[in-house]
Design a protein. Sequence first.
Length: 174
Amino acid sequence: MNPSKIAVALAASLFLVTAYAQGGPSDPQIAGIVVTADQIDIDAGKLAKSHTKNKEVSKFAQLMITDHTAVNKQAGALAKKLGVKPEDSPTSQSLKTGAAENTKNLKGLEGAGFDKAYVDHEVAYHQQVLDAIDKVLIPSAKNAELKNLIVKVRPAIAAHLDHAKMIQSSLAKK
């Protein structure tokens, strides 16, 4: 397993363990986790757009920027409507730590090595986000509108995972 996959797996493990140890995150913490997770993928997408020469990877990175920016706008609008301020939590902190490690790793790569590492991370990251949505975020959300937002964006996260796996497969053939 490469270092970036190990970092994602570790961050995801911490994410799930922390959430369960706390009896599940509160709604403000869930909002904070959603915003953090989206921002991480926006930032990774921007990094990929500026480093890749691969058309497929560039298009995928732009999709991540566009889709995750839209979700963050929806989450921000909902939080404002509900009078909820997204809160930091051990989970959002572990996501930030994992993202910083991934960014450092990616910045040291170029060409096909960069593309592979970015896409491998996106596959692992989206799988972990789906697991967290299903096992922690949806079951822990108390507010119906917050829960509905998470349920509504889940298919897009699953589509991102499938798309990333498709690119991962095509990169492996090159």
